[in-house]
Design a protein around this ligand. Structure first.
Ligand code: ATP
Ligand code: MG
Length: 549
């Protein structure tokens, strides 16, 4: 990441400035605490960006902590992918921690709470616990097991840990207040049984602390100064503070909440993304149609553009949905400067230049007119070229400004041509067009006329056949989060495979990942194998221009 990354001022920065002014903390420490139960998506980057940059701005510490207290959904492959994605973003992590490495500590704290009569073992079923919790209108009801003796509770906790009980039959709850107006404070569960191998602790534990019990203690153990989370935890903050206070923990981090990122045409929920993957609606976590970082990487998005986006969406407490056009404009701006230009024809139509011999002309072109440092490329021009079939019309309307019979048009960076004759096959489909070219017009107009309309082309003989994955929005509606049935709103044209032809400079330029196919869009090399030259696959990163919706 660039050093000079700036921050839009936000309420969290203001709090930190004040805390530093009041010498409340010696060092600013933040953390990013993902559950390793899926891949990171763009929403996570909002949190990562905030936490990382706060630490960076104030010479603090930024930790990655795997919040691994629910082994049912966790997997080592998610841990690996999260680390890989953060590295790809260019974010430096000071320490990598695991909540699971504090399991012993949590257990001792659970004993402490029991001894203070602030926790008890409950034997109500899951269903009953839920029922006894009450509602926003009705108070909860005390569990009949709420007033066991300390000794009995300690004994049961020990047995729970030793595997005497079945999953769901028994749990540890905090003893707070079943009549609290905040439902979260109605005797929340602190420990539950899960007989499942944990990726870090293997089979050492069969009881696992809940988020509420483990998160505040982990933050405190790591001396996190500002514990930043998203708005859904606002009600949990009271519990966060309650636990630390009742355990007489001295270092109490402060929790602050900010709004989650929502993005039009996108689903930012690991659970829903997992559903789409399991149903084979998309091809895994790196399918370029979903907003995970591995998908963005495959598609050809650049971390700097993602950061520019994060910088500008800001941080607030207000829920809102950001238009995906904003993200895309940063992607485009970056590619405009960094992508190599090539010409590519996706719907080939053959043009025969009748007045040109068999010679091959080599034309020098800039690799990127927006970035002269990228140098030049050489393009062969011959009497057989491909243009895009949509750049020719037999029966044009008045607005049509591309190739038509008996009219001149410029071939990009090349000559002016005029179409003279259409050749069709027996079904009436246009096979080729005979044209004439104007010899003195290479990259310049003739004195007496000006041609402004330009189309792109490739020399037929020299072009390279490629496969192109055309990706579009996965959903046909802009607000998929409002829909329960995701399958019903899938865009059937979100992934189309076509073939195309590109100019040969692709081979002799140093292979880069991102290209602009001139007049079409940006494409990312998916695979390239010198041994299989006719198996080159490109992914469409993004269209050249904003999509009209
Ligand atoms: P998901 O809903 O995708 O499962 P999560 O919140 O359960 O997300 P975690 O792994 O718990 O995922 O998230 C790690 C951190 O990222 C948390 O601090 C969480 O608040 C934050 N985060 C998750 N989604 C977003 C989002 N859309 N915008 C901003 N921050 C997010
Ligand atoms: Mg979560």
């Amino acid at each position: 990441m660039k050093k000079e990354i700036l921050f839009k001022n936000n309420f969290i920065i203001n709090i930190i400035k004040k805390d530093l002014f009041n010498k409340k903390y010696k060092i600013i420490k933040t953390r990013f605490p993902p559950e390793p139960n899926g891949y990171l998506h763009i929403g996570h980057v909002k949190s990562l960006y905030l936490n990382f940059n706060i630490a960076k701005k104030y010479n603090g510490i930024f930790n990655l902590r795997f919040d691994d207290t629910n082994p049912i959904y966790e997997n080592i492959k998610y841990i690996k992918s999260i680390i890989k994605d953060i590295k790809w973003l260019g974010i430096n992590i000071n320490n990598i921690y695991y909540t699971s490495s504090y399991f012993n500590k949590f257990y001792n704290y659970a004993i402490k709470l029991i001894k203070k009569k602030l926790a008890y073992i409950d034997e109500l079923s899951k269903k009953k616990i839920k029922k006894y919790k009450g509602t926003l209108i009705n108070f909860g009801k005390n569990s009949p097991y709420r007033n066991r003796s300390i000794k009995k509770n300690l004994n049961l906790l020990k047995k729970m840990k030793m595997g005497y009980f079945s999953e769901g039959s028994i749990c540890l709850r905090a003893k707070i207040n079943m009549s609290s107006s905040n439902i979260i404070m109605r005797d929340p569960i602190l420990y539950r049984i899960k007989y499942i191998k944990h990726h870090q602790t293997i089979k050492k534990w069969c009881i696992y602390p809940t988020y509420d019990f483990s998160h505040c203690i982990s933050d405190s153990l790591e001396k996190i100064s500002h514990s930043l989370c998203t708005l859904e935890f606002i009600e949990n903050r009271i519990l966060y503070n309650w636990i630390l206070k009742k355990l007489n923990i001295i270092f109490i981090p402060k929790q602050y909440e900010f709004s989650k990122l929502n993005l039009t045409f996108s689903i930012l929920s690991k659970k829903k993304l997992k559903f789409l993957i399991n149903k084979k609606i998309v091809n895994g976590w790196d399918d370029p149609r979903i907003p995970t970082l591995s998908a963005y990487r495959k598609r050809g998005y650049n971390p700097n553009s993602i950061f520019s986006f994060c910088k500008n969406i800001g941080i607030s407490k207000k829920e809102n949905t950001i238009n995906i056009n904003m993200l895309e404009s940063y992607i485009r701006n970056n590619l405009n400067i960094n992508a190599l230009r090539v010409m590519g024809v996706l719907n080939p139509l053959t043009i025969i230049i009748k007045n040109m011999g068999k010679q091959i002309e080599m034309i020098l072109m800039l690799r990127n007119p927006k970035n002269l440092k990228m140098g030049f490329r050489i393009l062969p021009f011959s009497n057989k070229i491909y243009i895009d079939k949509y750049d020719f019309r037999e029966k044009p309307n008045k607005k049509y400004k591309r190739l038509i019979l008996n009219k001149k048009i410029r071939l990009r960076n090349s000559y002016i041509i005029k179409a003279k004759k259409i050749i069709k096959n027996i079904c009436g489909i246009i096979k080729k067009i005979y044209c004439y070219y104007y010899i003195n017009t290479l990259n310049k107009n003739q004195i007496n006329y000006k041609i402004n309309n330009v189309i792109h082309w490739v020399s037929k003989k020299h072009s390279i056949l490629i496969t192109i994955n055309l990706y579009d929005y996965l959903f046909k509606v802009s607000n998929p989060i409002k829909y329960k049935n995701l399958i019903s709103i899938i865009n059937p044209f979100s992934f189309i495979i076509i073939n195309g032809y590109v100019e040969p400079s692709l081979f002799y330029s140093k292979i880069k990942n991102s290209y602009q196919f001139e007049r079409i869009g940006y494409f990312n090399l998916n695979n390239y194998n010198y041994n299989y030259k006719n198996n080159i696959i490109f992914n469409r990163i993004i269209n050249l221009k904003k999509k009209k919706l």
